[in-house]
Ligand binder design. Structure first.
Ligand SMILES: NC(=O)c1ccc[n+]([C@@H]2O[C@H](COP(=O)([O-])OP(=O)(O)OC[C@H]3O[C@@H](n4cnc5c(N)ncnc54)[C@H](OP(=O)(O)O)[C@@H]3O)[C@@H](O)[C@H]2O)c1
Length: 238
């Protein structure tokens, strides 16, 4: 049987959600490709999974650099030849201290749109031949409850908390629907998952009720391993 392959973006930190997702997919016998814009940060994490007996590879992939995406796709075409799961996990730094759209730093908004929306969009385009070469690929866009302030009017006590991050994640949710429609005649399913508040930044010291990353990763794994009759174009909270 051919090994399933998964590519995860934004796997640069041992406490990050990306690494927890990579480990859980590796435990399901996927060959996991850990990507980061700085290869030197993804490689030790891939080495750790290999040491635990898993198949793991590190690749450089910067979501603002189309060439790095083409290079990752080229590597995949020469090696595995297919991609069963694409996990768009990376995100730009969160402007969590900004409490109103009126105070948004529009350069931060532009950067968030590039990393959180245009990057995943381009990555799907670039990896499409590899996704189509798998029997039933899954695309999971890691969203955030912040996006729901816009979609549902959810009140987080501000006009738009973390405006760059929230606007970009809302756009990622919209992209999820658009891509699912575009791929409706294929076996590929595309969904967005809000992993919930997760303890991925202990250095900030304000993680309160946040869950460990391995718990939050479970909803992403569920969406990455959906059966053929699973949903597509939807947003889930885990
Ligand atoms: N933690 C939470 O409470 C929470 C809640 C809801 C949703 N989420 C979502 O879950 C995902 C992971 O969260 P996390 O807390 O684990 O975040 P994180 O570790 O801070 O992850 C951000 C990742 O994105 C990478 N990145 C930034 N710019 C990039 C670029 N241009 N190209 C490629 N990668 C880039 C970062 O790499 P560098 O290290 O190189 O900067 C880092 O690996 C994010 O999408 C986040 O929005 C998290």
């Amino acid at each position: 049987m051919t090994t399933k392959t998964a590519l995860i973006t934004g796997t640069s930190r041992p406490v990050g959600l990306g690494f927890a997702i990579a480990r859980q997919l590796a435990e399901l016998d996927y060959h996991v490709i850990l990507t980061a814009r700085d290869l030197a940060r993804a490689e030790p994490l891939a080495a750790q999974l290999r040491k635990e007996g898993h198949r793991a590879t590190a690749l450089r992939l910067d979501l603002t650099d189309a060439v790095s995406m083409q290079e990752a796709a080229g590597h995949l075409a020469r090696t595995d030849g297919h991609l069963d799961a694409l996990i768009n996990n990376a995100c730009a730094p969160v402007d969590f201290t900004v409490m109103s759209a009126l105070d948004a730093d529009l350069d931060a908004v532009r950067s968030a749109l590039e990393v959180d929306v245009l990057g995943p969009w381009r990555l799907v385009q670039v990896l499409l031949p590899m996704l189509k070469a798998a029997p039933a690929a899954r695309i999971v866009n890691v969203s955030s409850i912040s996006a729901q302030q816009i979609a549902t009017g959810l009140d987080l006590g501000a006009s738009l908390r973390a405006p760059a991050h929230s606007f970009a994640k809302h756009s990622l949710d919209v992209l999820t629907t658009v891509l699912a429609r575009a791929l409706k005649d294929t076996p590929i399913l595309v969904n967005a998952v809000d992993p919930g508040e997760t303890a991925t930044h202990p250095e900030r010291g304000d993680e309160g009720e946040a869950r460990p990353a391995d718990e939050s990763a479970r909803g992403v794994i569920w969406a990455a391993t959906l059966d053929e009759d699973g949903p597509t174009g939807e947003l889930f909270s885990s």
